[in-house]
Design a protein around this ligand. Structure first.
Ligand SMILES: Nc1ncnc2c1ncn2[C@@H]1O[C@H](COP(=O)(O)OP(=O)(O)OP(=O)(O)O)[C@@H](O)[C@H]1O
Ligand SMILES: [Mg+2]
Length: 225
């Protein structure tokens, strides 16, 4: 009897600059999927840092549930070849968006581009968004204001610049808070924060990412024998 496997939704976190929150948001997303009783593969394409893999080792040592399936991948081909039976593939990529990152973005149902609010951060982010759009990712690129400070005018100016450039902005932002760093260091992410205020912030971010991911049209389903 043949079993038709539903294609997973592929969500990638991509940036030109380093340290913008890709790995933090990828983990928040994967943890969110797992807590919702669905299956996520956290695919770590940053082989030099292996941020998600190292984090998952800390998570396992601390016996934090639910377990997250985090695996390193060196190419898109390897990812496509892997035996996957998951609802979401959550791809974390290295900074300095290289060819692999761009290839991955092309194949993703939604590409999240975390960025700071400064022009220094927005310029390379929007330049990358243009490149990805040219390569066919138009309509699937979503900018996420990430590790942001408390200035409302700075936030508003950034949102305006993104809108002017013609890109979609996720309605929730990811604020810079010491507690989020401490949680990641301890093998937790997103909604697993022990601080109720941070938990609420993370849950809102998780919901916004999930809503956008669900809205992304899944690529044609692959039938598995
Ligand atoms: N909201 C936040 N508040 C405070 N610290 C954060 C937050 N999000 C991420 N961090 C911390 O900021 C640093 C960079 O974040 P992260 O590793 O997610 O960025 P990245 O884009 O994946 O970086 P790289 O390009 O090096 O892979 C990490 O030390 C992380 O723990
Ligand atoms: Mg990273």
């Amino acid at each position: 009897m043949s079993k038709v496997r539903q294609a997973a939704t592929t969500v990638s976190f991509v940036s030109q600059k380093g340290g913008v929150g890709k790995s933090a948001l990828a983990r928040l997303f994967a943890v969110g999927v797992a807590h919702r009783g669905q299956r996520a593969l956290l695919a770590d394409f940053d082989l030099e840092q292996l941020t998600c893999i190292e984090w998952n080792a800390a998570r396992m040592l601390a016996a934090i549930e639910p377990e997250i399936d985090a695996r390193p991948f060196k190419s898109l081909k390897k990812l496509r070849k892997a035996e996957l039976d998951v609802d979401y593939i959550v791809a974390d990529t290295r900074g300095l968006a290289d060819d692999l990152t761009k290839e991955l973005a092309e194949e993703s149902d939604v590409v999240f581009l975390p960025t700071g609010t400064s022009l220094d951060d927005l310029r390379p982010t929007l330049a990358l968004a243009h490149k990805l759009a040219k390569r066919g990712a138009e309509g699937r690129v979503v900018v996420v204001l990430s590790k942001i400070g408390r200035s409302e005018p700075q936030l508003a100016r950034a949102a305006e610049a993104i809108a002017e450039a013609g890109y979609e902005l996720l309605p929730e932002h990811w604020p810079l808070r010491d507690g989020f760093q401490a949680d990641l260091d301890a093998g937790r992410a997103g909604r697993e924060s022990r601080n109720p205020y941070l938990r609420e912030v993370a849950e809102r971010m998780e919901e916004a990412l999930m809503i956008r991911a669900r809205a992304a049209r899944p690529r044609p389903a692959q039938a598995a024998e």
